[in-house]
Design a protein around this ligand. Structure first.
Ligand code: ATP
Ligand code: MG
Length: 388
């Protein structure tokens, strides 16, 4: 008898012809995520199995697997050569405590001449003999004993089916450049696009010394947390101070944020194209702040020439975003009180419904802007973000 973890696939089942590609990618991602553990990964009949690990790291392995997109569910299990008469003996020694139980059998091995219900009845009877204090409850049991009898003369017994995120394996839906601030929203946006299979690169605009070194470290920290879901990635840190000073010098105060965001996406698109990213990703949510009204978004979009801007949080309330941010464990870092470059030089009354023509006129007022942009791009710092 051996302890294993069963890994079931999610949506990749649906992808007829591409199934092999998705499975191979998921296997690679699982192997990468588990590379920190001493264990092996086996594949058989539409499932993966983790085996060869020490029982005391089982919970950590499961926690890691829960962050791999494309996995539908996992179950810690006991593996044994198929022998119906031995199941009760094998599990009764350390059966989780419960007063009532049911046995549920799935029989993929059609060479056995008993139905699933008959097999369940037989195993249930054996358990009652060994554990007379327990009783059967088919409808609301405290313990569900699942017995999967597979094709290859191997059976798996498990009690729990732990739901994972599903989604698509990271890398199956191209690559996107995430505009990562130190706030609550953008890490959640990255998480959600990674869940749809997008590989993530990130860009951060930093206005040192107006924003502190800690503000940058906070972004690196957030990157580390989301890399638990999307794998390691480069973070491009753009020196933004001179551009912000120029905006301050040349632009109308109420348009400063609008122009700043136009320049941010313009620089982001240039870096995205260099990195072969097929999209920009932001944490914008409609109407959340002045720069996220439809009119502001229209102006920002006007500076992005060839890539789509994905805004996975566009229809979400802040409370919904916070809920996810707590679940993925970015929240506590996001609320650390370091300033973002958006919060410095902040006008008292930013324009809520900017006209594109006025925004363009303000943008065009900045003397030497293209040189400043080139200069910022040439001085980008690249930080390698690794799993926490
Ligand atoms: P967040 O919580 O993600 O900081 P926010 O509510 O503070 O969002 P804004 O400051 O308007 O909203 O920013 C909107 C989006 O613009 C962010 O979600 C992020 O994608 C991007 N962004 C803002 N500031 C930066 C920055 N300094 N570097 C990179 N991207 C940024
Ligand atoms: Mg922000």
């Amino acid at each position: 008898m051996e302890k294993v973890i069963i890994i079931r696939f999610g949506e990749i089942f649906l992808k007829g012809k591409n199934k092999k590609f998705f499975e191979n990618l998921l296997e690679k991602n699982i192997k990468n995520a588990l590379s920190i553990y001493d264990c092996i990964i086996e594949k058989s009949h539409n499932r993966f199995y983790v085996a060869g690990y020490n029982a005391d790291i089982e919970d950590s392995i499961i926690e890691t697997l829960k962050k791999v997109f494309g996995i539908h569910s996992v179950s810690p299990a006991v593996k044994m050569p198929t022998d119906i008469s031995k199941v009760a003996n094998i599990i009764c020694d350390d059966l989780p405590y419960a007063k009532t139980f049911r046995v549920t059998v799935k029989r993929a091995d059609k060479t056995i001449n008993l139905t699933s219900t008959e097999i369940a009845g037989q195993i249930g009877g054996d358990i009652l003999q060994l554990k007379p204090q327990m009783s059967v409850d088919l409808h609301n049991p405290e313990l569900n004993i699942n017995v999967d009898i597979r094709e290859n003369k191997t059976s798996y017994i498990y009690y729990e089916n732990i739901k994972c995120y599903e989604g698509m394996p990271v890398g199956s839906s191209g690559k996107g450049l995430l505009l990562l601030s130190g706030g609550i929203d953008s890490p959640v946006a990255g998480f959600r696009m990674a869940k749809r299979g997008m590989q993530i690169n990130a860009i951060h605009f930093h206005s040192y010394p107006f924003t502190s070194i800690q503000a940058k470290e906070k972004v690196v920290e957030l990157g580390g947390i989301i890399s638990n879901y999307c794998g390691h990635f480069p973070l491009f840190v753009v020196p933004f101070t001179k551009i912000q000073q120029a905006i301050h010098q040349y632009c109308r105060e109420d348009f400063m944020i609008t122009v700043m965001r136009m320049i941010m996406v313009e620089i982001s698109e240039r870096i995205a194209i260099k990195q072969n990213c097929g999209a920009l990703i932001t944490g914008e949510s409609l109407g959340q702040v002045a720069s996220q009204t439809l009119e502001s978004i229209t102006v920002t979009n006007s500076r992005v020439k060839s890539l789509p801007v994905l805004r996975p949080l566009i229809d979400m309330d802040k409370t919904e975003i916070i809920k996810i941010s707590k679940e993925i464990e970015t929240f506590e870092t996001s609320i650390l009180p370091y300033e973002d470059c958006c919060t410095i030089f902040l006008p008292k009354n930013p324009i809520i419904k900017p006209k594109l023509s006025v925004a363009e006129a303000e943008y065009n007022k900045i003397v030497g802007l293209q040189e400043l942009i080139d200069d910022a791009i040439n001085n980008v710092e690249i930080i390698k973000i690794k799993n926490k």
